[in-house]
Design a protein around this ligand. Structure first.
Ligand code: CP
Length: 305
């Protein structure tokens, strides 16, 4: 039985397999519409979500399976004090696979220790979000045709941004990626990512404080939201929330084939006027999330066509 807790749980070859399968699902959806008939996905979301939960549910439905679950801790018995371990043991009696989001880092790993069925980490605190990473990799590969030889700018909340941490780890296995970190000092990339990923693998990276100074170099601009829910102090959030706002003016110096990504939700870090720019890929990215989750469910359930 396989779980997906950290993006590095999958080898590069397995990631290629999942992305290839997602591409095939996009080309021929009918072929897959009954492959998970009589299988059940449980979505256990102890933290809010729109894209991840609903794309998982849509993914299972499009594979012919069924879904059950809860969308907040308050509507589950966690509110009565039930532990993650007990919840998982019980839900494992009702479902064949579980996607779980939790505000506590490591909670999906704990779940995987007790689960009788595969666990998918759908986001744990500021730590990891491996299915967003699969979504991002599929989108980059579909937009750029490759996952190497890219200059990638990560912009915004790089401290708490689990999508950023997961994507950096995943990309570190591909060749010739130049990493540019664009953030205020207070929200810079954590030391453990610098040490465990960049320094360990001798990967060069740079840190800058404005997006304007690097915009002409970028192949990918990965925007993120400053996450109010991760701050201990509202004053700090207010001070930092508008640090970076991408608008049409700032895009004037960007490459014509720049790919603008954002895991969403957006607050105001990308002006809505940018949405009409063909380089804005974030809604296509959200759609890709459903197809890559279909492929992942199939892989973890051992379903072949
Ligand atoms: N990208 C992402 O995780 O979005 P949700 O929080 O809406 O699931």
């Amino acid at each position: 039985m396989r779980h997906l807790i950290d993006p590095m749980d999958l080898s590069v070859e397995e990631i290629d397999e999942i992305l290839d399968l997602a591409d095939d699902i996009i080309l021929d959806k009918e072929k897959y519409q009954e492959v998970c008939k009589h299988r059940k996905l449980a979505t256990l979301f102890f933290e809010p979500s729109t894209r991840t939960r609903l794309s998982f549910e849509a993914a299972m439905m499009e594979l012919g399976g069924n879904v059950l679950g809860f969308s907040s801790a308050s509507s589950s018995s966690a509110s009565k004090g039930e532990s993650v371990a007990d919840t998982i043991r019980v839900v494992g009696c009702y479902a064949d696979i579980i996607a779980m989001r939790h505000p506590k880092e490591g909670a999906p790993f704990v779940a995987s220790e007790y689960s009788p069925v595969p666990i998918i980490n759908a986001g744990d605190g500021g730590h990891n979000h491996p299915t967003q990473t699969l979504t991002d990799l599929l989108t980059i590969r579909r937009e750029k045709g490759r996952l190497n030889k890219l200059t990638v700018g990560f912009c915004g909340d790089l401290k708490f941004g689990r999508t950023v941490h997961s994507l950096i780890k995943a990309l570190s296995r591909y060749d010739d990626i130049e990493y540019i970190m664009i953030s205020p000092e207070e929200l810079q990339i954590p030391e453990y990512i610098k040490k465990d990923v960049f320094e360990k693998k001798n990967i060069p990276y740079s840190e800058v404080r404005t997006m304007e100074e690097v915009m002409p170099k970028l192949d990918i601009l990965y925007m993120t939201r400053v996450q109010r829910e991760r701050f201990f102090n509202e004053a700090d959030y207010i001070r930092l929330k508008d640090s970076f706002i991408l608008n049409t003016e700032k895009l004037k110096t960007a490459k014509e084939d720049l790919t603008i990504l954002h895991p969403l939700p957006r607050v105001n870090e990308i002006s809505v006027k940018v949405d009409n720019d063909p380089r804005a890929c974030y809604f296509r990215q959200a759609l890709n999330g459903k197809f890559v989750r279909m492929a992942l469910i199939m892989k973890l359930l051992g379903v072949n066509v």
